[in-house]
Design a binder for this molecule. Structure first.
Ligand SMILES: Cc1ncc(COP(=O)(O)O)c(C=O)c1O
Length: 367
């Protein structure tokens, strides 16, 4: 059996929509993208959504909209996908790493000691679709007058205190629509906010500072981060099925949880008051040696498992920002023991069972 990392669901409706867009000739950014923005805002419950060509661009637009620039510092968890820190570098600012806790998300207790008079923002990441501790991060941001950016690339549809992420506590939230994500447009992303000014600025940055019209007058500096109508058409179809996707991921996660608990294998802890969307399932083995053996055995048996991720402070181009050679014990421990397993929008339960069976077999030889 082959078990894939991603199970995107591109059905008849997506194909029909793409054909219609192609035939219409209106294939760049246009009315379908506006519609996708409106439908995303309505799903999330927030005031504004601006779509972008990927989540990384969405983050750059958010940082620029907040006027984060050279000499500024932005606190990021060291345990995240590299884009979270790369975007800080892209605007000329400095990433400052903070450790995480057993939820794999930024440890709010570790954030405060990282704040200096250059700090401008904190980026909280919803790792693997698990919302970070937004309530506590908001308190810190309010006290120190910092912006709270939520990197929800992996968590569209997740809820925190019964509200969708993107509509609670953060100043601005970004999403990704990469093929592995909860909703996909191939590549794609979005910025969500309830703040009119951040929305206006993000909109300008995504579209060359141009608000339309025939005279090519540009209100300010901007870039081209636009999503096409071909992609937005796909996104509109996908969004209609999001609850079905989350439900499949949740039931796959449940399957992993009960089987792994019986095998004595740990996994990502939940943040309180959340509905995670289980972008992937983070299983935690006894130690690195056992993890490496099991990972190899899963790969040998056709399972596309991964290790998400090597912490940022250990990545060659980012280690220079860990000036004091600080240790981040929790992130390092999680990264040494984790195997990231697929949960997939359309991943069948039998594939999950096959992964579990292979873990069980491998554990017999890797105590
Ligand atoms: C946590 C996190 N942040 C940012 C991104 C960047 O999104 P994109 O790949 O759409 O640029 C990703 C994508 O995988 C991600 O997982």
């Amino acid at each position: 059996m082959k078990v894939f990392w991603t199970y995107p669901d591109i059905g008849r409706e997506e194909i029909k929509t793409v054909k219609e867009v192609l035939k219409s000739g209106m294939i760049s950014y246009g009315k379908l993208s506006y519609r996708f923005e409106e439908e995303l805002a309505s799903y999330i419950g927030c005031k504004h959504v601006i779509v972008a060509n990927n989540g990384t661009s969405g983050l750059v637009a958010a940082l620029m909209a907040l006027n984060i620039k050279k000499d500024d510092e932005v606190i990021v968890p060291t345990y995240t996908f590299v884009a979270t820190a790369n975007v800080v570098l892209a605007v000329g600012a400095t990433p400052v790493f903070a450790d995480v806790d057993e939820t794999f998300n930024i440890d709010v207790k570790k954030v405060e000691e990282k704040i200096t008079n250059r700090t401008r923002a904190i980026i909280g990441v919803d790792v693997a679709g698990m919302p970070c501790n937004l309530r506590e991060l908001r308190k810190v941001c309010n006290y120190y007058q910092l912006a709270l950016i939520e990197d929800a690339a992996e968590s569209l549809g997740a809820e925190y205190e019964n509200k969708k992420v993107g509509n609670i506590y953060s100043d601005v939230t970004i999403f990704s629509f990469h093929s592995s994500k909860i909703v996909t447009t191939g590549e794609g992303g979005a910025v969500a906010t309830n703040d009119d000014q951040i929305a206006h600025k993000s909109h300008l940055i995504v579209r060359q500072g141009f608000l339309g019209g025939v005279h090519y007058e540009h209100e300010c500096f901007g870039l081209n981060f636009k999503l096409t109508d071909i992609q937005s058409g796909i996104g509109i179809c996908q969004l209609k099925k999001i609850e079905e996707y989350i439900s499949n991921r949740t039931s796959n996660a449940k399957r992993y949880k009960s089987a792994l608990t019986n095998l004595g294998v740990e996994y990502q802890r939940c943040t309180q008051n959340t509905r995670p969307v289980w972008w992937i399932f983070q299983a935690l083995f006894k130690d690195k040696e056992q993890r490496d053996k099991i990972l190899q055995s899963l790969l040998n048996n056709g399972i596309e498992a991964k290790v998400c991720w090597k912490p940022l402070h250990l990545q060659p181009h980012l280690s220079i920002y860990n000036q004091n050679n600080e240790k981040f014990p929790c992130a390092e421990d999680l990264a040494s023991r984790v195997i990231s397993l697929p949960t997939g929008n359309k991943m069948p339960a039998e594939h999950v069972d096959y992964v579990i069976k292979q873990i069980k077999l491998a554990l017999q030889y890797a105590h």
